[in-house]
Design a protein around this ligand. Sequence first.
Ligand code: AMP
Ligand code: GLY
Length: 418
Amino acid sequence: MKILVIGSGAREDAICKSLLKNTQNVVFCAPGNDGMKLSGIKTISIEENDFERMANFAQTNFIDFTVVGPEEPLVNGIVDFFKRQNLKIFGPNQQAAQVEGSKTFTKKLMADAGIPTAQYQEFTKLEDALKYLKSIPDFPIVIKADGLAAGKGVFIADDLISATETVTDLLAEHKFDTKKVVIEEFLEGEEFSLMAFVDHKRFYPMPLAQDYKKILDGDLGPNTGGMGAVCPVLNISKDIEKEAIETVLKPFVTELYDQGIKYTGILYAGLILTKKGIKIIEFNARFGDPETEVVLPRLESDLSEMIFSILNHKKIESIKWQQKGLNLGVFAVSKGYPTKPVFGSLGDRDNFKNCSLTINYAAVKREQKQLFSHGGRLYLMQAQAESVEDAQKKVYQELEKMDQTNIFYRRDIGKNSI
Ligand code: AMP
Ligand code: GLY
């Protein structure tokens, strides 16, 4: 099949690599990145929000279907745009993508479905929000900007003063273009991610994964787009996994369907195991990043066939996942990330080409024989092994061989599963 993948990060690199496991497939990635080219992925220079050119490319190149990686085109309605031109595309339509685009939309769905999530209140008026903050007996509290904020719209306020500042920034200064804030209960516990392929009311869960979000070892420092991930999650039991599927995924997918929202694509649930049980932190309308990079290599079934079946609303009889060992991936990021990443050379491209492990590329570009950084998260190096320790050993040994001048990485990815 001929397949177009939209996006430019390590997640899209992983999607392409998974689709290319079927050697009959031809896979294009738009816009992709220069690193992907090292592993033979064809990149097309069309920006991810240029729907017209994307659809044109799909039309003129007889693309069988398109897969959307990032949330922005989904929330902006790329699926509706393609469908109007009778082009097959894998992802939720604009209405369904609100599960990620609007926190209030999703909170209502969760309440309707009786799914456990943090207690919350929403506000559009600053004075109401401030009055509410004054009535809160306990801090910390979580403040979220409604809408897409590129993963930066969540603030944990430790006291009334910082909560007041954040709410004022959002509702009076309209930081992140937001007009609405959600103020919610702070949840404490082990976080994990559960993704599923969704075909209207049918869904097929993937194995659990865990994203290490903080910049520094020991989960310290600010949140990032993800510094590494593991799959499966050894510190979450099979019973909890089953419970998450039964009490979160199933009722949510059913509720969407019952409310007339026809969801096709990937649904991502960000979960937390609190003392009072599993609660939802967020739903996303797409593959998680960096979870996908460690989940998809474990898929033994043909991803292209699976997506093709879902797009034709045909039931998938069985999906095979690797049962042995685990996958562990570590992101090399720019020094100074997440606040002020500094860009520079990442070394000779042959160092990357000759690496014995799988590398998923993100914000890298090629100039002559070298790769250069041009963003925060650069490349994810990953290994498959029998234990976390073995996987760490493999990944860190290879990462140490890379040019260290302009990169930084956490040394303890996978620690929660040891
Ligand atoms: P999000 O952008 O919604 O993925 O949130 C980013 C991170 O903020 C999550 O992965 C959590 O670590 C944290 N977070 C979000 N909501 C809460 C909450 N209610 N309680 C505690 N932490 C939260
Ligand atoms: N790993 C979190 C996300 O993809 O939003």
